[in-house]
Design a protein around this ligand. Structure first.
Ligand SMILES: O=C(O)CCC(=O)C(=O)O
Length: 391
């Protein structure tokens, strides 16, 4: 299978690669138009986690320094078996990292892929700081989903605002041998993501939102592995070299195959430039929930009577399911916006305040068209606070 992924069959880079990218250029050329880019390996050259690489003796990719990860061996990590598909995912398990490292050290665990390891949350819980591993590139610091990146941190002091993070932590580490892969998907909440290759090279296929026709099966469902499709479904192919950072736009489907033993660090994130897309993703998720429980609406109406508070009960029912299935509902959305508008995490690496305010105000105006604005009183309180901040 991997011969088909040979990088020499990949056409020239379809996206720009920057040694340096100012926040202003990133905003104008990528965050707002929602287009991909790469940052060259200069970006990560001084990251402490480059110690996770052992130089290869000949020209070629590095090998992983698995011993350097032993200090995190007690972390319990999610492990996907990429040789064992289970419906639209892989068989998944949780294991101590040390056990997985032992398997690899013994030449076993060929298809195992440690995915979504919350390494930084774990390090911070133990009193350490993320900066002991990596540095968030400046142009990607306006991140409303994760704890603010603190370049000067020696340890991570949990501020009340950080604890108030309704959604949790979307900073991950991935590691796995050559051939392990992540199937076709798009990221949660309409978020952007970025991924830095600390060790090895990855092959990516990108599909802009309007170019998914060729990766659907006969039932109209998206395929699991684009390599099964003719011409790989026409995806835009990019080899991400060791040390490079790749930016994935909001709503773009992508698939990733590790061409070597790879270790990467990535974030899902959003901020005001993509807030309207995150809003759209929430509306779409809500519609899906509403459709899935449409049969209980007549029963609620009958029980509470046409003049009764059936609308309130229905809205609460939908929010509860949305929170369970999607991880958040409107309450979480507005709490997140409020926190980030009050304490902007990106500092000078953020859009001009007037631009941010305009975007947030436009999203408030759209929310006010929804019945949740009238019914969810606690969310309304957050919206009013946000409105005052952006007025
Ligand atoms: O590296 C991988 O296997 C998947 C990464 C990914 O899908 C992402 O960063 O959004």
């Amino acid at each position: 299978m991997l011969t088909r992924d040979s990088p020499d069959r990949v056409p020239p880079r379809p996206f720009p690669t920057y040694d340096e990218l100012s926040y202003e250029d990133c905003l104008t050329n990528h965050l707002l138009p929602n287009t991909p880019f790469l940052l060259s390996s200069k970006t990560t050259a001084t990251w402490p986690c480059t110690a996770w690489r052992l130089p290869h003796t000949e020209a070629g990719p590095s090998r992983p320094n698995l011993d350097a990860l032993r200090k995190y061996g007690r972390h319990v990590v999610p492990v996907a078996n990429t040789l064992q598909r289970e419906f639209s995912e892989f068989e998944r398990d949780e294991q101590a990292l040390s056990e997985v490292l032992d398997l690899w050290a013994g030449g076993k665990g060929e298809g195992l892929y440690v995915k979504d390891w919350h390494i930084f949350e774990e390090i911070e819980k133990e009193g350490g700081a993320a900066v002991s591993v990596y540095t968030v590139p400046k142009c990607l610091r306006d991140d409303w989903l994760n704890p603010p990146f603190d370049e000067g941190a020696r340890s991570h002091a949990h501020s009340p605002e950080t604890i108030d993070n309704t959604l949790g932590d979307f900073r991950f580490c991935y590691l796995g041998p050559r051939g392990t892969f992540t199937p076709l998907h798009r990221d949660v909440y309409g978020s952007y993501s970025w991924s830095a290759n600390v060790v090895g090279r990855k092959l990516w296929w990108f599909f802009p939102p309007d170019q998914l026709e060729r990766v659907k099966d006969s039932r109209g469902e998206l395929v699991f592995d684009v390599r099964e499709m003719e011409e790989e479904g026409g995806g835009i192919k990019v080899v991400q070299e060791e040390g490079e950072v790749i930016f994935v736009p909001s709503g773009w489907h992508h698939q990733v195959v590790n061409l070597d033993f790879c270790i990467s660090i990535n974030h899902n994130f959003f901020s005001s430039p993509t807030l309207p897309r995150v809003f759209d993703a929430m509306v779409a998720a809500q519609h899906r929930v509403e459709e899935s429980i449409a049969d209980i609406l007549p029963m609620i109406k009958q029980r509470l009577g046409e003049g009764g508070p059936w609308r309130e009960e229905w809205v609460e029912e939908v929010q509860a399911l949305l929170e369970r299935d999607a991880g958040w509902g409107w309450r979480g959305f507005w709490k997140t916006v409020r926190r980030n508008v009050k304490n902007p995490p990106g500092g000078i690496y953020s859009p001009p305040t007037s631009m941010r305010n305009e975007v947030v105000a436009s999203v408030i105006a759209r929310y006010k068209q929804l019945q949740e604005w009238d019914i969810l009183h606690d969310a309304r309180e957050d919206v009013l606070q946000v409105e005052r901040c952006v007025a």
